[in-house]
Write a protein that binds this ligand. Structure first.
Ligand SMILES: *Cc1c(COP(=O)(O)O)cnc(C)c1O
Length: 424
């Protein structure tokens, strides 16, 4: 376990993250005794002395190493702000990371992190499919900066990806490995440990960084740092925020990597504002409750869908069985199946649309991880931009519907699904 602040322990025993989400990293005495963290809605901070201001800037720009126990003071809210600092401290607990950086969106976290570690001539290797915005960044934006981007199918063995790199003569150019698992919307798993080992084996003088987008299962049900990843990325818009009312992102990892990411964040100006930080602090207090309720509800919903005659196929991690190589990956790197389910209705787009238009309780909307259940049609919505042939190859059929399960009563969710399937 990484080093925590003293309040992370009780009688020498580490406290569970959910027990610390209401207190860790916050000293009420520094805020007039306020029991809850105020919103530090300020752009700049007053220095006690010119000497303090000088010392803070020396640390902010890495001009010298901090003295023992010295922490950087508050300067300006593009560099740091109490709402973000406390939030970052709390976010490290679930993933057992040394450091965290919070961003204005998941895409801000991903793009800032990638531009920290990639340079012209470098190769980025990534799992496929990835989130639409990430896909656009990889295929349309990064090549403009002279970065070669190579994808591998989620579920493919690392030896295949390695052989492809070698065939192209690019194995020694690999700088960053990007993994999104489970893949959206098919729930295909990527073996984090196996790909991190490949990154390790191909690393020369420069270490290849392995980054995992953990938005779908984390931080409760999958902790990629424990599987050998160097960095964990989140769209905090999803489960971490959890109420579909805020856009934010996170990057976690060891201090030396995060120091580099934070310098880029300061210069690109991609940090989150104090109000976003405050909303996420509030969300973190109930993260475990929400994700547990969503995970349990999803089990009931999947059971219902598995048995329904108008459902052709269900893609749900809880359905994986012994003997399936994906099940072995699941057992090694996941703690629970989470709250995302995709399924194919019997038929095609027309049948899927009839189902979606008949829903009454579940909202027809993209995004995921919120308290309310959502349904969408990947082929024409979240994945509309994917090449149609590739879309089919990845298993995203016209009959597929993606569900994000919320915290409603499972019987009500099932009743809604039942009446909407009756309309198909
Ligand atoms: C939503 C999402 C993103 C992008 O996050 P934003 O907060 O919308 O910028 C990235 N990755 C995954 C897996 C997502 O679901």
């Amino acid at each position: 376990m990484t080093q925590r602040k003293p309040e992370g322990y009780l009688n020498g025993r580490p406290l569970s993250p959910e027990s610390l989400m209401m207190s860790y990293g916050y000293k009420p005495a520094l805020s007039e005794g306020a029991a809850k963290i105020p919103i530090f809605q300020t752009s700049t901070f007053v220095f006690k002395s010119a000497e303090d201001g000088k010392a803070f800037f020396e640390l902010a720009y890495g001009l010298r190493a901090p003295d023992a126990g010295e922490e950087m003071g508050l300067i300006y809210s593009r560099l740091n702000n109490p709402d973000l600092e406390i939030l970052e401290d709390r976010l490290t607990l679930w993933d057992e990371a040394e450091a965290a950086a919070v961003f204005a969106s998941g895409m801000a976290a991903i793009s800032t992190t990638l531009l920290t570690f990639l340079r012209p001539g470098d190769v980025l290797l990534h799992s496929e499919p990835v989130y639409g915005g990430t896909d656009y960044l990889f295929k349309q934006v990064l090549p403009q900066f002279g970065i070669r981007v190579i994808g591998f199918r989620a579920g493919a063995p690392p030896a295949e990806a390695e052989a492809q790199l070698r065939r192209l003569g690019l194995a020694d150019r690999l700088a960053l490995m990007f993994i999104e698992t489970p893949a959206n919307p098919t729930n295909a798993l990527v073996d984090i440990a196996a790909y991190a080992a490949l990154a390790e084996s191909l690393s020369g003088t420069r270490r290849i960084v392995t980054a995992v987008d953990n938005t779908f299962l984390g931080p409760l049900w999958q902790q990629p740092l424990k599987s050998g990843a160097d960095l964990v990325l989140y769209s905090a818009t999803k489960y971490i925020g959890g109420h579909s009312d805020v856009i934010a992102g996170v990057c976690l990892g060891n201090r030396s990597l995060l120091d580099r990411v934070k310098i880029m964040r300061t210069i690109f100006g991609t940090m989150a504002g104090p109000h976003t930080g405050w909303l996420l602090l509030r969300s973190l207090e109930t993260l475990k409750l929400r994700m547990t309720a969503q995970m349990k509800n999803a089990r009931h919903v999947a059971e219902f869908l598995n048995a329904h005659p108008k459902v052709a196929r269900v893609h749900y991690l809880g359905n994986l069985c012994d003997g399936d190589p994906q099940y072995d990956v699941y057992q090694r790197q996941c703690i629970a199946p989470g709250g995302m389910i995709s399924f194919e209705v019997a038929g095609g787009e027309a049948e899927a649309f009839r189902f979606l238009n008949a829903l009454k309780l579940i909202h027809l909307a993209v995004s995921l991880g919120g308290t309310e259940s959502l349904a969408e049609h990947p082929a024409t919505m979240t994945h509309a931009d994917v090449d149609p042939e590739e879309r089919l190859e990845l298993g995203i059929t016209p009959a597929m519907v993606r569900l994000s399960i919320g915290v409603e009563h499972p019987d009500d969710l099932i009743a809604d699904l039942e009446q909407a399937l009756a309309a198909v």
